[in-house]
Design a protein around this ligand. Structure first.
Ligand code: AP5
Length: 216
């Protein structure tokens, strides 16, 4: 089962991908997480990606396509995987179709996380993540038990550099210009289903699982 999570920054793709991955044992393939890891390790890829991410722009297609090509060829992807934040442009979607057809695989469904931009800025400015285990919190809606500290591993929580309001606005613009055209791309392929991402994380998960059942 190969599922794509499509939606604007802050719509809850990562939150749901983590839950679904734990439930179904499908790896979560997040290009954002892969790029942030490369940045924290100071690799040449990370150095290249950093300027794009901190400006709220997309990293060049060839870089992320290369990352995904390498990742999906690993054995843990055999039974299925969740693509969280990839593809984000039409050339990335075409490259993915090509890559999967080479492996006689195909996308089962594309979940569109639908929510108005006005709700996203607060979600993102309030997000805090654990640099150690990746757990996610929100300063108002998903508070850690002790302020600023990860419930799971006790590490000090951090705010992503691209979660500053001016960068968020740029990311929303980039989504609308470069990523939103994928909605039509996948609707034409008959793969798209829509989730109401304004609902609680639990309700979104229930709807997601129901939709996935109907794909089988
Ligand atoms: P990436 O890391 O993929 O970020 P994104 O797509 O902008 O999405 P986010 O991680 O910000 O949000 P999300 O939808 O996962 O929401 P989350 O669950 O965290 O990409 C970052 C950058 O990397 C890009 O800008 C680009 O530069 C580069 N990049 C990555 N992939 C690329 C690609 N394919 N091509 C080129 N460049 C690429 O939730 C957000 C907050 O909301 C949290 O605090 C959470 O607790 C809260 N929340 C979640 N769900 C709910 C809910 N239902 N109700 C209330 N609050 C909720």
């Amino acid at each position: 089962m190969i599922t794509v999570f499509l939606g604007p920054p802050g719509s809850g793709k990562g939150t749901q991908a983590k839950k679904l991955s734990a439930q179904k044992q499908w790896p979560q393939l997040s290009t954002g997480d892969m790029l942030r890891l490369a940045i924290s390790e100071g690799t040449p890829l990370g150095q290249k990606a950093n300027s794009y991410i901190s400006a709220g722009a997309l990293v060049p297609d060839d870089v992320v396509i290369g990352l995904i090509r390498e990742r999906v060829s690993r054995p843990d992807c055999e039974a299925g995987f969740i693509l969280d934040g990839f593809p984000r442009t039409i050339p990335q979607a075409q490259a993915l179709d090509q890559l999967l057809s080479e492996q006689s695989k195909k996308i089962a469904g594309v979940a569109l996380f639908e929510i108005a931009d006005s709700e996203l800025v607060n979600r993102l400015t309030g997000r805090r993540t654990c640099p150690s285990c990746g757990s996610m919190f929100h300063i108002d809606t998903l508070k850690p038990k002790k302020a600023g500290v990860c419930d799971q591993c006790g590490t000090t929580l951090a705010q992503r550099d691209d979660d500053k309001e001016e960068v968020i606005r740029k990311r929303l613009q980039v989504y609308s210009n470069q990523t939103f055209p994928l909605v039509e791309y996948y609707r034409t392929q008959g793969k798209l289903f829509v989730l109401d991402a304004r609902k609680s994380p639990e309700q979104v998960m229930t709807n997601l699982v129901d939709q996935l059942k109907s794909l089988k």
